[in-house]
Design a protein around this ligand. Structure first.
Ligand SMILES: [Zn+2]
Length: 279
């Protein structure tokens, strides 16, 4: 603070207009309240009626101003600090919700493929699907089956999260609507405090939702591999053939026809999440 702090003296509660910011010092100091005898480390820098700055301790300031005025000024300062934080968030160089929305398309494609695989599973055999879901929820993904000679085999399903709990789909949908809403708000010319708050709140929610969705989407890659699908095909009705073509694995299952499952070379692009975070 300027020299004014050292010279300004607060004699009356009416001298204080508002809190400018807070201080929290390593050493004990006296504040600007006339007759303040207790040195303290914490308090507020305040704006005085005469335009200069001064400081008040957090306890003696409360005594001088009275609880109500002190609390109101503290609340006003907190609101100002919140606004500053929100503005900092959205003006951060890494914050790029338009870029995030563009990247959503590639995630969406994977989400569509998971839904398709789930749909196929249910069509092939609903009871097998339910059994598989239970195994993924409770039995560490272990399924057992007997071969033609009556021997028992077991397979541990890989990439179980999309099967164990389908609510990830809701998370992805929420994240998508949050990102769209953020961009809708950012297109407005002047953002008020309520809108700034909505943007930062929706961004941090979207980050949480997308983190869950990314884990599920990446886990799904482990489901779509030849060893896992062969194990499943044998369990469903006996595998006759498995072939790779155009990013898909085609599985011919005895008594259950052909099943095409996508095959992913790479993990989902997580820069989408970074584009919603401040640097
Ligand atoms: Zn004081």
């Amino acid at each position: 603070m300027s020299d004014k702090v050292e010279t300004a003296s607060i004699c009356d509660r009416g001298d204080i207009v508002s809190f400018q910011d807070r201080y929290d010092l390593p050493d004990l100091i006296r504040c600007s309240i006339a007759g303040c005898n207790t040195a303290h480390k914490k308090g507020f820098n305040v704006l005085l009626k005469n335009g200069s700055s001064a400081r008040i301790g957090h306890i003696c300031g409360k005594h001088l101003l009275g609880d109500d005025v002190f609390m109101r000024m503290q609340r006003d300062l907190e609101a100002k600090e919140q606004t500053a934080l929100r503005k900092k968030y959205i003006s951060s160089p890494s914050f790029d919700p338009a870029g995030a929305e563009a990247l959503l398309a590639s995630w969406e494609e994977r989400v569509r493929l998971i839904r398709q695989v789930l749909g196929h599973l249910k069509t092939i055999s609903y009871s097998a699907y339910s059994e598989l879901q239970t195994a993924c929820q409770k039995l560490d993904g272990r399924i057992t089956y007997e071969d033609q000679d009556g021997r028992t085999h077991s397979h541990t399903v890989q990439g179980r999260r999309f099967l164990a709990d389908e609510s990830w789909d809701v998370y992805f949908g929420n994240a998508r609507s949050n990102v769209r809403r953020i961009n809708e708000l950012l297109a407005k010319p002047d953002l008020d405090d309520k809108q700034l708050a909505e943007i930062t709140q929706k961004a941090s929610q979207a980050i949480r939702y997308l983190t869950v969705a990314a884990e599920v989407l990446d886990d799904f890659r482990a489901f779509c591999t030849i060893p896992n699908l062969s194990g499943l095909a044998k369990w469903v009705g006996g595998l006759s053939k498995i072939e790779e073509a155009d990013g898909f694995l085609e599985i011919r299952v005895r008594r259950a026809g052909v099943w095409a499952v996508p095959h992913f070379a790479t993990a989902v692009d997580r820069t989408l999440i970074a584009k919603l975070s401040p640097a």
